[in-house]
Design a protein around this ligand. Structure first.
Ligand code: GDP
Length: 306
């Protein structure tokens, strides 16, 4: 967590610098309040939450007669943490289930999202984390649309000794690959199966059919533990639109927000959680193999405010 704190601090600092510049003024004028509001909007916190926050902050500053910038900052921090919601359960469900007769079924994680958001990279980093915790893993390359996607996944897997189930035929049925991956995982008695999917948003009906079929056939072999939606934090409103579509078609249980390292737009965490009603569970903080971390509301806000 110390590391996450430090990394998030660096990622959010442009926002923090601006917020702190406003808050360091002794007396907050109308212009200062406008600037504060604008800063939060620019960070993609969203109009609704920003309005609520400013309103609540102004009320407290007035009622409690807060003058000390440090106290105003403390209240702002408290409110930002509440917006990000530390009470949400962000545990990633990766434990296999064991039936009464002792047979184990791996946890199955389905990873969805638009191409380019960082799905494959995220799966690679997550696999490393799981292996580091001594968990056995099988990967499924159900993004059969591009052969390169399966190659990329296989490369990540082989670096940590994890097998990838894939089809050699470009355009093969993604659901059969997903099914095969789960069956392989069960036969090998592994702990976790992670399935990568294609994310072509151009055709919503097609996407819905494909993800629906993948979910159904996996369900024949094992219950889905998680459906993780990968979103690129730098895409703002566009990312929110993606969240909406995938939320409708895929039964998302958790969000992975990638590329938080390159943006001061961390406020999207608030907006996307509200949109989908599910928590951000992981964040991507770079392209490297260790740049994935569990999300923590308090550290995240501290990062924003540094
Ligand atoms: P996919 O098409 O969704 O599977 O996306 P990829 O995993 O191929 O990633 C697309 C690009 O985003 C690659 O260049 C990745 O290195 C990059 N990427 C993924 N996650 C992160 C992240 O957290 N931070 C940064 N800076 N780049 C990332």
């Amino acid at each position: 967590l110390a590391r996450l704190r430090e990394r998030l601090a660096r990622s959010g600092s442009p926002l923090g610098t601006r917020l702190l510049a406003v808050l360091s003024r002794d007396h907050l004028t109308e212009d200062d309040w406008d600037e504060l509001e604008e800063t939060l909007l620019l960070a993609d916190v969203g109009a609704g939450p920003t309005g609520e926050l400013i309103e609540a902050l102004r009320t407290r500053v007035r009622v409690e007669g807060l003058k000390d910038p440090a106290l105003v900052k403390a209240v702002l921090r408290e409110q930002l943490v509440a917006l990000v919601d530390p009470s949400l359960d962000r545990t990633l469900r990766t434990a296999p289930t064991t039936a009464a007769d002792g047979t184990r079924t791996p946890a199955v994680l389905l990873v969805v999202g638009v191409n380019g958001t960082g799905k494959t990279t995220t799966i690679g980093k997550l696999t490393r984390l799981l292996v580091a915790e001594d968990r056995s893993v099988v990967l499924g390359a159900a993004d059969t649309f591009r052969a390169a996607a399966a190659d990329q996944l296989e490369t990540w897997g082989s670096r940590v000794g994890v097998p990838t189930v894939r089809s050699d035929r470009e355009g093969a049925d993604p659901a059969s690959v997903a099914f095969e991956a789960v069956r392989t995982g069960k036969a090998a008695d592994v702990d976790v199966v992670v399935v990568d999917t294609a994310g072509r948003l151009q055709n919503k009906a097609g996407l819905m059919d494909e993800l629906g079929k993948i979910t159904r056939v996996i369900g024949k072999e094992a219950p889905l533990s998680e459906v993780l939606l990968v979103l690129d934090a730098t895409t703002g409103q566009n990312g929110l639109n993606q969240a909406r579509v995938f939320g409708e078609v895929a039964g998302v249980t958790g969000i992975v927000l990638t590329k938080l390292d390159g943006t001061a737009k961390g406020g999207i965490v608030v907006a996307v959680q509200r949109e989908l009603g599910v928590p951000v569970k992981l964040v991507g903080l770079g392209e490297g193999p260790d740049d994935l971390a569990p999300f923590d509301a308090e550290s995240f806000v501290d990062g924003l405010l540094q």
